[in-house]
Design a protein around this ligand. Sequence first.
Ligand SMILES: [Zn+2]
Length: 228
Amino acid sequence: MYVIIAILLAGFVLFFCSYEIRLGAYVRCLCRNRAAGRVVALTFDDGPHPVQTPRVLDLLRDRGVRATFFLVGSKAEQHPGLVRRIVAEGHDIGIHTWAHGAGFPMQGSEAMAADILRCRALLKAMTGEETCLFRPPFGVTNPMVARAVKRTRSRCVGWSIRSLDTLLHRSREAVARRIRRRLGDGKVILLHDDRPGAERLLAMVLDDLRRCGYGTATVGELFKNEKR
Ligand SMILES: [Zn+2]
């Protein structure tokens, strides 16, 4: 009986750990750099989106802010001009898998590594830049993801503020408030540039950052002194 309870408990802990990227239970992920001072990194997942991403880029350009975009390979393939614009305007790019499939975390590490390398090759062909930044879909990590990160010599990037901007019932004000309450030195903020009104949420976040005295950095800048 105790053995069964112990196994169930261990299974629950392992499952929980796989969904909490900040724990770094399986692979070390870049989630925060406290030594950076009053600076945060804005990160955008799941793009590029033909309508929303240009609006986000326009606002970032107007405010003189650079961010990091974790791109889905299949979407990047459809919108090469947007990918080139992201890089040309000084933003960092990272890999967010080829298809962002729900089954990605269940794949073997070889398939995952092939997926990452396919994205890397595409982005390099488009921009001339070889990115080693990788963010696993849904922030799920496990031993296979850890091996794939190692195989591809990637840097796994997590977050320290999950905005929950993908929850449809949440207002932009509520999302901005959640971010504001969690601000701290060297934190990484998770946002999505494929959401309707992403630029309006971004405007609120940028206003809050200015009011609270925070600067911004790309992921590469925020963690430039971190050992690999
Ligand atoms: Zn995603």
